[in-house]
Design a protein around this ligand. Structure first.
Ligand code: FAD
Length: 385
């Protein structure tokens, strides 16, 4: 049982995404009285899967969300990168003895598990409640004109964060010129050969990429990545003829694409500081990254729990937030920078990409560098097995 050192203290959090909900649960479990403000009318998320590595799984375990979050999850045996000829350029073993753990689940399952964990921990969640800014003295300002005073205010309101922007914290926001359409469809035995069915596979052709991800026994999560100026490829519903032309070996899968799907551009956000006075910024609001390591949500989970641990037992919130940033930011920036470098592969000609990946795929050092975040034991998870 955790000691309730935060009794009598109040936190106001903008955003009920992965970052806001994790922070809320972890603070409430330490005795804080917490309210989360979500702009949307419901707590539902869109239809897609998400990769959660060992580091994120440890955070889910620490806040008591792991059991519910992983119900029905898919546990793949390897992650493959394939070239335009469907030849494997790189194979990352996962989930075996000594390997990093990686599961894939539906985003809805993850959010529901975090919402339920928050509610069990006594968090108040208000929907239709939009934050428009905050003050360094510890006020969250809402769209209805009300101001909520707190010991700690958290801006976890996503990449277009109004809380962050009201405090002039942006260092830069970079558009990477790439993005993805994400969708969920039913799994079908004819999509890939039997030996590939349980694997996670990214297929490259030119600057287009298809990510094949079983996300439950019945759901397949598909991401179609392309350049932001590849107007034909980024259309939703996805143009099946065009994607079949690029990936003839995945014709069965492509013809089954539905009309649903959501396009998101890949961006990097870096801040001058992660806090101002009593206000902390986290998740995509503070450190958005392209999804080449599947770690944007992982970093939101880690930094949410790390934040609650940092302010635990101290009344000096401003100093605690500076210490939190000093502890967590290096790993987050390593993750952002590595993910951005991996994204550069999109620009390479097929043959060069194949050659380079075949060589780097054999390098233990490069592999360890890529897996550094996944293998990291996040703050406040040391007591876990
Ligand atoms: C194509 C793609 C694939 C990805 N795949 C992975 C993956 O496999 N694994 C992984 O770990 N990460 C992945 N990510 C990254 C991950 O989705 C994000 O890093 C994560 O969702 C960030 O969580 P968040 O809580 O910071 O922000 P969000 O998820 O954006 O949540 C912000 C919340 O705040 C609400 N909000 C917004 N503005 C306001 C306001 N003014 N007031 C109140 N509420 C507000 C929003 O409605 C939302 O509910 C991927 C990203 C992309 C684009």
């Amino acid at each position: 049982m955790m000691e309730k050192t935060g009794a009598g203290r109040r936190a106001e959090i903008a955003g009920a995404g992965i970052g806001g909900l994790t922070t809320a649960a972890a603070l409430a479990q330490r005795g804080w009285s917490v309210t989360v403000h979500e702009r949307a009318p419901t707590l539902r998320t869109f239809g897609a899967g998400i990769y959660i590595w060992s580091n994120g799984l440890r955070v889910l375990q620490a806040i008591g969300a792991y059991g519910q979050a992983t119900v029905g999850a898919h546990v793949g045996p390897q992650f493959h990168t394939r070239d335009h000829n469907n030849t494997t350029m790189e194979e990352i073993p996962i989930n075996g003895i000594g390997d990093a753990r990686l599961i894939t689940i539906l985003r809805e399952t993850l959010i529901n598990s975090l919402v339920d964990t928050c509610r069990r921990s006594g968090v108040e969640i208000l929907t239709n409640s939009e934050a428009v800014g905050a003050t360094a003295e510890g006020e969250l300002v809402l769209a209805d004109g009300s101001r909520r005073k707190a010991d700690l205010v958290v801006g976890a309101d996503g990449i277009n964060s109004r809380v962050r922007d009201s405090l002039d914290l942006m260092m830069y926001r970079k558009h990477l010129g790439y993005g993805a359409i994400r969708m969920l469809i039913a799994r079908d035995d004819g999509d890939v050969p039997v030996e590939d069915r349980e694997r996670y596979i990214e297929y490259f052709t030119g600057s287009r990429r298809i990510l094949y991800t079983p996300a439950s026994a019945t759901d397949l999560y598909v991401a179609l990545c392309c350049a932001a100026d590849d107007a034909a490829a980024l259309k939703v519903p996805a143009d099946r003829a065009l994607w079949t032309q690029s990936f003839p070996h995945l014709a069965n899968l492509v013809t089954r694409f539905g009309d649903a799907g959501r396009w998101d551009a890949f961006e990097v956000v870096k801040l001058k500081r992660w806090s101002a006075g009593r206000v902390a910024i986290l998740g995509d609001a503070a450190h958005a990254m392209p999804p080449y390591l599947g770690q944007g949500g992982g970093c939101a989970l880690m930094n949410g729990l790390g934040l609650a641990a940092a302010v635990d037992g101290t009344t000096e919130v401003t100093e605690a937030l500076a210490a939190w940033e000093a502890r967590e930011r290096p790993m987050t920036e390593h993750t952002q920078d590595t993910a951005e470098r991996l994204g550069d592969m999109n620009l390479w000609p097929d043959d060069i990409r194949s050659q380079v990946l075949k060589i780097t795929g054999k390098s233990r050092e490069i592999g360890m560098e890529r897996m550094k975040t996944a293998r990291h034991a996040p703050t406040a998870t040391d007591a876990l097995a």
